[in-house]
Design a protein around this ligand. Structure first.
Ligand code: NAD
Length: 497
């Protein structure tokens, strides 16, 4: 049987483009290639941008009422058919079905937020700022906007951006990860079914060539990127050098600080959920637990007990945790376990060789726990992006805080304590963008904005929420005077009364 090839989605229909390059899309739970995806050439990206550019004036001119109605219709389709989308996520990413459902729910939140665009993007009005003079502001769309997303949230991360971009009157070229690309086409098609005019939402599949084409394209006004830190930095530098508005969210190494007064059962549950959910392939996963002594031994016992109950396997079978995204990534993550031992850490639970509910050729690595990880080790400093939880033991809150603040990354962090004063100190003193207090994965809800500090985000605008309304629009301020009989003749200064 001929292998299926996933096409691009341009101007409201599938588009093959001229490039003959393709990449394999795996079912990671089975370890087999299930389809190929096209990898766009620069010319193919040009075609998508041309479609978006052609649609831009008409869409920007479409009334708030009409745009809002289409947003609501998209929300209804997404909600009614979310199981279909979840099945796509599980089959290409490997995350378990319940987690895929959670991903879509977080995307839906942003769609629902974007349904309020008329309120969110309306301007302000000040009457009689000077005699007979009024000032008001309004926000207008940028034009064509580019979005480049990672493999780990193939539906949610694009939905951090495109609903608000489109609701605000922009047209979109989305380049999703080539590793799990089908969700992007599904969402674009659903939006077309909701009544979105052709060319407003386009999807091009590809790799570096298409990313560079987006970054350099003179008709693209802004780029929203999410991915690893080195690529985020590259995208930010190249995109801004080309004169674009760029927000580039990068990698993470999230610490959970556990004070001795914390509820250790809650801590153990939270560490297991946040360390191994989605096989640790979340930018907000907890990858380092910083235990303020003397709690480490007791806590490790509790975490081990819980890890022993986790079922790893095919996400369609009701397991807790699925496979990693590719064999290369699985092998890379597993490589850190040897390194940990070499660097003097204790490998408390080794996820290699777990028994799996699913195909033997899947990209499996079981939950792994490493104690006494030296902070000089790459196991501590690198983003591993797998089901590997490191424990670092410290003697005090201050020592723990210093460690977290010294990290290259500043995406998420959490403190577990029953001491309100300690928690309050932590929220003030820690140099991280998103903080949990007895909450391990503090992803802000859709009406706040999402983003880290330091090497976890480049650019000063966060994803979704109010920041996104600002990012995807440009403000105009208008000063107006309508002549009346009292107009005052020549005055070369600024008006003062
Ligand atoms: P990645 O950086 O490999 O890929 C991200 C995007 O960049 C993809 O669309 C990919 O095709 C493209 N890309 C890859 N190599 C490129 C290159 N050399 N030049 C230009 N473009 C290139 O990231 P990933 O492996 O898909 O996703 C995991 C990473 O994303 C992790 O580091 C994770 O922390 C991060 N992430 C961050 C957030 C956040 O909000 N900060 C959210 C999700 C994921």
């Amino acid at each position: 049987m001929a292998t299926e090839i996933l096409d691009h989605w341009v101007a409201g229909k599938t588009f093959k483009g001229a490039s003959t390059r393709t990449a394999p899309v795996y079912n990671p739970a089975q370890g087999v290639v299930q389809k190929e995806v096209r990898l766009a050439s620069t010319k193919d990206v040009d075609a998508a941008v041309a479609a978006a550019k052609a649609a831009a004036p008409g869409w920007a001119d479409t009334s708030w009422a009409k745009r809002t109605a289409i947003m609501f219709a998209f929300r209804e389709i997404l909600n009614a058919r979310k199981d279909e989308l979840a099945a796509i996520l599980t089959s290409e990413h490997g995350k378990v079905l319940s987690d895929a459902g959670g991903e879509i729910a977080r995307g839906l939140e942003v769609v629902e937020f974007a349904c309020n665009i008329a309120h969110l993007a309306k301007g302000e009005y000040a009457e009689q700022v000077s005699t007979g003079v009024d000032v008001y502001s309004l926000r207008q769309p940028l034009g064509v906007v580019g979005i480049i997303s990672p493999f780990n949230f193939p539906a949610m991360v694009p939905m951090w951006f495109f609903p608000i971009a489109i609701a605000a009157g922009n047209t979109v070229v989305l380049k999703p990860s080539e590793k799990d690309p089908t969700a992007a086409n599904w969402m674009a098609k659903a939006f077309t079914e909701a009544g979105l005019p052709d060319g407003v939402f386009n999807v091009v599949h590809g790799d570096k060539e298409s990313v560079d084409a987006i970054l350099d394209h003179p008709d693209i006004a802004s780029v929203s990127f999410v991915g690893s830190t080195p690529i985020a930095k590259y995208v930010y530098e190249r995109g801004t050098a080309a004169g674009k508005r760029v927000q580039a969210l990068g990698g993470a190494k999230n610490h959970m600080l556990v004070l001795p007064d914390a509820d250790l059962d809650l801590v153990a549950d939270s560490a297991v959920n946040a360390g191994f959910g989605s096989a640790g392939e979340r930018c907000m996963a907890i990858s380092v637990l910083v235990a303020v002594e003397p709690v480490a031994d007791e806590l490790i016992g509790k975490i081990k007990d819980r890890m022993a109950t986790l079922k790893v396997g095919d996400g369609t079978r009701g397991c807790d945790m699925g496979p990693l995204i590719t064999k290369e990534h699985r092998d890379k993550v597993a490589g850190y376990l040897d390194l940990a031992v070499k660097d003097g850490a204790d490998l408390v639970v080794d996820g290699r060789g777990i028994s799996v509910d699913g195909a033997g050729d899947g990209f499996w690595l079981g939950p792994t726990l490493i104690d006494k990880v030296p902070t000089s080790s790459d196991v501590y400093t690198h983003e591993i992006f797998g089901p590997v939880l490191s424990i670092v033991r410290v003697e005090s809150y201050d020592e723990g805080l210093e460690l977290i603040n010294a990290s290259q990354y500043g995406n998420g962090t959490a403190i577990f304590t029953n001491d309100g004063g300690a928690a309050r100190r932590f929220q003030r003193e820690v140099t991280v963008g998103m903080i949990g207090i007895n909450v391990p994965i503090p992803v802000p809800v859709g009406y706040f904005s999402f983003g880290g500090w330091k090497d976890s985000a480049f650019g000063d605008t966060k994803a979704y929420g109010p920041h996104a309304v600002h990012f995807f629009t440009r403000e105009k301020a208008i000063t107006s005077r309508w002549l009346d009989p009292s107009h005052g003749g020549l005055n070369l200064g600024f008006p003062q009364n």
